[in-house]
Design a binder for this molecule. Sequence first.
Ligand SMILES: Nc1ncnc2c1ncn2[C@@H]1O[C@H](COP(=O)(O)OP(=O)(O)OP(=O)(O)O)[C@@H](O)[C@H]1O
Length: 298
Amino acid sequence: MSSPPREVALVTNPLAGRGRGARAAAAALPTLRAAGVRVRSLTGGDADETLQLARAAVAEGVDALVVCGGDGLVHLGAQVVAGTDTPLGVIPAGTGNDAARSLGLDQRDDAAAAVAAARVVAAGRTRRIDVAETAGRRFVTVLAAGFDARVNERANQMRWPRGQMRYNLATLTELRVFRPLPYVLELDGTVLRTDAMLVAVGNGPAFGGGLRITEGARIDDGLLDVVIIEPITKTDLVRTYPKLFRGTHVHHPAYRHHRVRQVTVAAPGIVAYADGERIAPLPLTITVEPSALTVLVP
Ligand SMILES: Nc1ncnc2c1ncn2[C@@H]1O[C@H](COP(=O)(O)OP(=O)(O)OP(=O)(O)O)[C@@H](O)[C@H]1O
């Protein structure tokens, strides 16, 4: 579709970004309607119900599925429309908006940015991007399968504190106990055995709110970027972390990078996360599906 949509499903995670989801939807909805777009506004009680609502709306034939939330909601949207011609629109409203950033959307947490994102949807300009597939799930940004995945798993198991503090605390705890893991990778059929702190598989370049772990990954090149961080000291890990925001960790001697169509990752005791969502324990085989997702872009 390269023409303006007449009817869209707007699926909102009101809790995204600690309440930003509801605010962004409130700004986006009148903008879409003012542009002459019919909007089915949908909100589920939880992620499962939201997925069902989105599937039903797309099955009934809306012109686009628009998600209002963070990377978790883009992930949900990709499960519904990847492999179809129905475009995915994004109103960025999460704590992490790495998929939206890859699409060139305004990241700011204000009504003007949500209005701008709604105008992008109403204009109907589309582009095709790749998605990655593993264990029957699609992801758009990055699959984490090392230290970072352990932090995520640990943070998920904590009830307190909330928000970013939970991740900070989980990171500190994991730093104390983490040891490099023995990985076996199969990169387009070539086996690589290595100890590492983490392995990340990127369709896009960033995760976790601008951490450019797979710096240089392009969402439309038909390839996956596999980054390996070989064993480094904990002090070095802490010192290297801020470099992820600029992508300058690529100059670290422990950084390794491969570009492939398919990769299998095996390591003991790791549950992989992709787009910030819990996927499955390793081993996993990740494959790229070139141009499988149509997205609405500026
Ligand atoms: N009512 C709901 N509708 C949609 N998704 C929900 C809902 N409640 C919880 N979720 C789940 O919330 C998670 C986070 O969603 P999202 O990425 O939109 O927001 P976020 O603020 O970026 O999240 P996070 O703080 O986890 O990074 C996802 O796993 C999503 O499936």
